[in-house]
Design a protein around this ligand. Sequence first.
Ligand SMILES: [Zn+2]
Length: 501
Amino acid sequence: MVHVRTLSRYPSALVVAGLVLGMLSVPRAQAPVAKAPTHATRAKRLLIHNAMVIYGNAKPAYGPMDILVEDNLIARVAPAGTIKAADAVIDATGKYVMPGLVNTHMHWQDERGGVPMPIQYERNLYLASGVTTTREVGGDFEKSKRWQAESAANTAIAPRMQVYWVPNRGNGTPEALRANVREAKARGADGLKIFGMDRDQLEAVMDEAHKQSLKTTTHIAVEEVTAADFIELGVDSIEHFYGVADAAIDGIQNFPPDHNSSNEVHRFGRAGELYAQANRQKLSQVVDAMVARKVAWSPTLSIYEASRDLTRAQNLPWYRDYLHPAVEAFFSPNLDNHGSYFVGWTNTQEVRWRQQYRIWMDVLREFGLKGGTITTGDDTAFIYSLYGFGMVRELELHEEAGFHPLEVIKHATVNGATLLGLGDRLGRVRQGYLADLLVVNGNPLENLHVLNPTGADMNVNGRNVRGGAVEWTIKDGIPYHGPTLMREVKDIVARARAARK
Ligand SMILES: [Zn+2]
C-alpha cells in the first residue's frame, strides 16, 4: 500500500510566494480557525480545542483545555478558548486527550508462518489503537532498523521504534557472547533482549551490556537462571511472568516424567501451573528485590489470555473484518507455529490458567504498590492476540489486576517512556514534550474499552450506542485519523482474502 502524504510543516509554496512578493490577499492571510486537520499531514500549528486532559502521570483529569502542537512538540496547554490562531483545529468537545501509548513488548512482522503480509497492516493497527511508541524485543534486526529510520523521518506512517537485539539465544562461550553484544552496539541496537542463558553466559552478557551502555530486558524461560540472577546482575526489565515465579519455588517446578519442553502443549500447559507452585512468601521477596534494584516489569498479561478462555479468544468480533489471513492461519492450533498450542486444550487447563492469572495479578499488584515500575506490552500475532487490540486488552487486564485506570494509563505512558530512557520528553501531556497524543471519543477512565479501535458500547440516555475509539492518534505532531487507518486495514484484509480464493 502506498501512502501519499504532503508534509505541511511550512506554509504552502503559494503563501510563501505571496509573502515574498507582498501580494498576499487578505482572506488567505486570515486562515479560518476551524479547519480540520488532514490525515497524515502535519500542520504548522495544530490546535486541540476544548479537551479533557489525562496527563499520563496518574493525576486526575483536568479540563476543558486547549493544547497547541507546533511542529512535533506540545507548545502550550491552556484553558479552553485561550489559544486562537491555528492552521488546523481538532474540536475535542466531549473527548479526552491523553499521551500516546508505549508498547514495551512487540515484534514487527511482515509475514506469519512464511505467508507475506504488508507491514502497513501492523503499523496501522498499532496507531489506530493509540500506540505511538514501540519497543521491538526480537525481530529481523536489519529490516527493523530500516523501518525505525523511516518512522523517525516520518516517511512511513508508523509508531516510533526502539529495536532490541537478541544475543545468540544462549549459544556460544561467554567470550563469543561478549563479542555478540559488542556487535549489537556497533550495529545500532537500542538494547538487548536476553533469552536462554546459563549463569556463566548471563554474567558475561550483562557485564558487557553495562560496558556498552546497552539497556537489557529478558524473557526468562524455565532454565538454569531465574529472576533472582537477572535482578542480581542488574537487568532493566523482566518480560512476561516466567522467572519471577521460578525464583520463588521451593526446589524446582514439579514436571511429570513425560514432560518435553520442545512440545508447546506440554510447555504452555505446565506454565499455567507455575504460580500455584510458588511459595507466596518468596514471591514477595522476589518483588522486594525487583523494587530495590529498580527492575521494571512488562507482564504482557494479554498475550496468554487464550489459555484461560480459548472460546473467547477464538471469537473476538473484530476478527471478522480485521484479521489478516496470514495471521489467521498462524493461529490455528498446531505444533509448528509458536504459541499455537491449543491442540486438545481442556477445561482443566483453562481452570489452572485462571488460577495462575489470579496469583500473577496479585503479585503484579503487590509490585506496583511497593513502587515497582510496570509497563504495558502486547506481544501480539501469537496466541489469538492481534496487533493493537492486544495492547488495549493489556490495559484492561491491568485494571483487572487491581490498578485504577489512571494508574493503568501511567503504566502505558509515563512508565513505558521512562523504561525506554525517554521519560524527559515523551509520555506526558506537558508543554515541551513530544506531541504524541490521542484524541479519544469518550472517557477511558470510565471505560478502557473506548480505546479499542472498533469502539465500545456506550450508554446514551439509557440507549446502547456504539461509540468510542481513538479519533486521532498524533505521533511526532502528525495527526492520523483512526477511522481512516482502520478502513485501510479492512481493505488490506479484504484484498488478502480475495487473493487467496
Ligand atoms: Zn515477544
